[in-house]
Write a protein that binds this ligand. Structure first.
Ligand code: FAD
Length: 458
């Protein structure tokens, strides 16, 4: 007989699963989370948090080496990878403990093991964890995603992002295959700690959805990185005297080229984990793009919801958590709707890039009539005080008829923190004239957003 003491079983303890568990626990529901690895999922253990921890250490190193202008002379600054990795491990452990504490606070039970949907009958879904059955009227699938590996000869020679976060020695040179946000964050990390970086990207520009002007500023801000855009990787081959190095061969503008490097990182996207969890047997509708869900995260099977990367709708940690909340609200009687219009995103390069809402290209492709404004950070007091060199800019996209803010993108320090304000404005459908009445603190880089709104020609 299955253990059926639960109101909700959640498969996966990442941002979708653990936040859903905490919200349901806070409602007084009896929740069981099944996690086969560590609490916190990819985000905490191999994604958001370890990358940001290492990127912070690389930024500090870079600042230490370039601080003379500001009257700070640091002699003999050096980067200690082992120490940076130890700090990263400590941060991850601290946050894992924080999630475990939240589980205890909300009475959430955790079982470690691999879960699979076994059956669904009489309003109960039964899940098997390494042979032991558990049952509940509600199941949330939050199994996340895994990296895509290009089907090219020698693909196994490349590291994935998870291995790149565990390196013991800094490579002298690295080729990053894929100029998406994860690839660019690693490129920014490695270039700041002194590795020679080349980025090979198949598309004509880095980071999809990035405004072309901002993408250009980002590339210009990474002068030591070699970019090969519109370049299709063909193979990764052994190279060098002892064949321990790698040669990445690619096709660019019809010509075959190659780069030799000590390491190769493949970062070409992620795919939802839909296999080996019993979706077929339970009749859950899915394809390789993920489990199909509606705006309340319901699958086609009553009693089963799917949130986070596994549904492929918005593969970001904060989207995953919000989807988890929407699923819980729906299953316990106060339905909410998942809205994707104003989800902020950040690329934690140095300088940071962020955005929310529609890019100009997306808005025009959707047939919207729009006005735009762009402003360089050079007129921003805080930016000038703290940046002798480097550039920053903000761009907004506004509905021409209503004046509502549809999108914002920015590059420069604190972009990751400022974008939440822009996202709230888009979500609240604020118009340019409303935003102009909001007072921003001075001097802050956030004023660049307000100034860009004022720069819009009516
Ligand atoms: P996951 O975090 O993948 O969690 C799923 C969990 O389910 C895992 O712990 C897994 O072990 C478990 N699981 C899977 N199958 C089973 C099973 N059968 N039984 C039991 N357990 C199972 N997003 C951001 O928003 N900001 C960032 O800065 C950012 N940086 C990133 C950097 C990198 C290098 C990577 C790889 C990703 C990054 N992401 C970032 C994306 C982010 O990590 C994901 O969007 C997020 O983790 C998705 O959360 P999730 O809960 O859907 O899935």
């Amino acid at each position: 007989m299955p253990d059926a003491r639960y109101d909700l079983i959640i498969i996966g303890g990442g941002p979708a699963g653990h936040v859903a568990a905490e919200r349901a626990g806070a409602l007084g529901k009896k929740v069981l989370v099944v996690e086969k690895s560590h609490l916190g999922g990819v985000c905490l253990n191999q994604g958001c948090i370890p990358t940001k921890t290492l990127l912070y250490s690389a930024k500090l190193f870079s600042q230490a080496r370039h601080s003379e202008t500001y009257g700070v002379i640091v002699e003999g600054a050096r980067y200690d990878l082992a120490k940076a990795m130890a700090w990263k491990a400590k941060v991850v452990e601290t946050i894992r403990k924080g999630i475990a504490y939240q589980f205890r606070t909300h009475g959430v039970e955790l079982v470690t093991g691999s879960a699979r949907i076994a059956s669904r009958a009489a309003g109960l879904v039964t899940v098997e964890v390494d042979g032991k059955p558990y049952a509940a009227p509600n199941l949330l699938i939050a199994t996340g995603s895994a990296p895509v590996v290009l089907p090219i000869p020698g693909a196994e020679r490349a590291m994935g992002s998870t291995e790149a976060l565990e390196i013991q020695k800094l490579p002298k040179s690295i080729v990053v295959i894929g100029g998406g946000y994860i690839g660019m964050e690693f490129a920014s990390y490695f270039t700041q700690v002194g590795t020679k970086v080349s980025v090979v990207e198949m598309l004509p520009e880095i980071v999809p959805l990035l405004d072309p002007a901002i993408a250009k500023v980002l590339r210009g801000s990474l002068p030591d990185v070699d970019f090969h855009l519109g370049a299709k990787v063909l193979a990764i081959e052994p190279d060098g005297a002892d064949r321990a190095a790698h040669r990445v061969r690619f096709l660019q503008e019809g010509k075959e080229q190659s780069i030799q490097a000590e390491a190769v990182l493949m970062s070409v996207g992620r795919r939802p984990i839909v296999e080996s969890i019993g979706l077929e047997g339970a009749g859950v509708d899915f394809d390789r793009k993920g489990i199909r869900v509606d705006e309340r995260m319901r699958t086609n099977v009553p009693g089963i919801w799917a949130a986070g990367d596994v549904n492929g709708r918005s593969m970001l940690a904060h989207s995953a958590s919000r989807m988890g909340e929407v699923a819980v609200a729906d299953m316990f009687g106060s339905p909410q709707r998942m809205r994707y219009d104003a989800i902020p995103w950040v690329v934690y390069t140095n300088p940071e890039v962020s955005g929310a809402g529609l890019s100009e290209e997306q808005a025009r492709a959707a047939g919207r009539s729009v006005k735009t404004a762009s402003l360089d950070h050079r007129a921003n007091g805080r930016f000038v005080a703290e940046n002798e060199k480097g550039r920053g800019m903000c761009k907004i996209v506004v509905d021409a008829a209503s004046g509502a803010l549809l999108g914002a993108q920015m590059i420069g320090p604190f972009s990751s923190e400022i974008i939440a304000g822009a996202a709230a404005m888009i979500e609240a459908e604020l118009r340019v004239k409303d935003i102009r009445e909001i007072v921003f603190p001075h001097p802050t880089v956030s004023e660049a957003l307000r100034d860009t709104v004022w720069a819009l020609k009516e």
